[in-house]
Design a protein around this ligand. Structure first.
Ligand code: UD1
Length: 371
């Protein structure tokens, strides 16, 4: 029996580990799968609700590290994770995505000589100003096996000299979750609950430090909101970081007083999927939403200078825009008038990525393959 330990920490991790956990259930005779939650995200709406929505079991281990500066948070995770590894003694650690928990746990495992597997490897924004880019680079350089979601990941890893035999192109585990839960999300009552009903709306999420940590940029975002076609409601579930910054800069009321805005708390997975599926347009700076809208073939305007997920632009419905209100408003008007590409669904985004990973892991770790 081989013991695999998957790490989750922050909101975008849960929908990636969910399908892996389901896929490992097929190998109960040979694989024991343990889930560890670092506690990087801890609010009910940033964490617990996702376990319920994604039908994930309670984590086997909870480190409860909480927030802090990057160094502080990373150090707390490493210290607590080292102790957990010494107790659990897994044969392999699986990390997903690019959050601080991903970096902290891959460094700790590799120093203890425990093989590391990275799911969603190879993505690069080529912008080291983004904390996630540092997390991706460090995690990939330490990983023993790298599971890749889009062709750019293969090119990046090859260019960085990662041997081909460590790299596996398997598709997108987050899209596995979307496909698995789409039908269930249809029956969510969130549109009635928040009062948007059957009105057309633009769905908005913003939380990147580059957008929300400066008053000037939040002012530009307010100008964008004011300039979007008024017949659309603006549905904006606000991330805790963004809420904190809006309050600190004294801008919360300016947003709350817009006549067509619906400001809310972060939603769970199923409610958010429902909101995406029914929206006219997404305005976001998220990584994952660029992919989910590409799969759903809904137009997405991403308020960032770059993306680590270029397939969402070359094949999908995503468009990158810098924080220039006139340009963003023009692009939104264009998209809302139906002047957008429909795009196509990228290769292997078919709902079976986690099954491919489980099959490969089973071969590598339980049937005499090399670790
Ligand atoms: C983290 C990830 C980011 C991901 C995002 C999704 C890193 C470097 N960043 O950013 O890649 O897109 O999660 O949400 O790992 N807070 C709460 N409750 C919580 C969690 C956080 O109130 O449950 C507040 C705290 O004030 C905290 C701030 O949000 O200081 C930021 O949290 P943190 O985990 O540091 O980064 P995120 O901005 O959430």
């Amino acid at each position: 029996m081989v013991k695999l330990l998957s790490v989750v920490g922050a909101r975008p991790n849960f929908m990636k580990v969910g399908p892996l956990h389901r896929a490992f259930q097929k190998y109960t005779g040979s694989i024991e799968h343990v889930i560890l939650h670092t506690g990087q995200h801890y609010d009910e709406r940033m964490s617990k609700i996702f376990f319920e929505d994604l039908e994930l079991p309670q984590p086997d281990i909870y480190l409860g590290v909480g927030s802090g500066s990057h160094a502080e948070q990373t150090a707390k995770i490493m210290t607590a994770f080292e102790a957990a590894l010494q107790e659990q003694r897994p044969d392999c650690v699986i990390v997903v995505g690019d959050v601080n928990s991903t970096l902290a746990c891959s460094v700790t495992s590799s120093k203890l000589g425990i093989p590391v597997v990275h799911v969603e490897a190879g993505l690069r924004s080529n912008d080291r100003g983004m904390p996630e880019e540092i997390n991706r680079l460090v995690t990939d350089v330490l990983s023993d096996h790298l599971f890749v979601s889009e062709p750019s990941g293969l090119e990046n890893l090859r260019r960085e000299g990662v041997p081909d035999e460590k790299v596996h192109f398997v598709g997108n585990v987050m899209i596995d979750s979307l496909i698995h839960f789409k039908a269930k999300a249809e029956s969510s009552t969130i549109r009635t609950d928040i009062g948007v009903g059957d009105s057309p709306y633009v769905l908005i999420t913003l939380h990147r430090p580059s957008n929300v940590d400066s008053r000037e940029n939040l002012g530009k975002i307010l100008d964008i909101f004011k300039g979007l076609p008024q017949e659309y409601k603006l549905v904006f579930p606000v991330h805790p970081r963004t809420k904190d910054r809006l309050k600190t800069f004294g801008l919360w009321d300016d947003f709350a007083n817009l006549p067509n805005i619906i400001l809310g708390e972060p939603t769970g997975y199923l409610d958010f999927l429902h909101l995406m599926m029914n929206s006219a347009l997404l305005l976001t700076d998220s990584g994952g939403i660029q992919e989910e809208t590409t799969y759903l073939q809904i137009p997405c305007l991403t308020l960032r200078e770059n993306t680590e997920r270029p397939v969402t632009i070359t094949e999908g419905t995503n468009r990158l825009l810098s924080l220039n209100p006139a340009e963003v408003i023009r692009a939104a008007e264009d998209a809302l008038s139906g002047n957008t590409k429909k795009g196509r669904i990228p290769e292997l985004w078919d709902g079976h990525a986690a099954e491919r990973i489980a099959a490969i892991m089973n071969t590598l770790f339980t049937t005499g393959g090399t670790k």
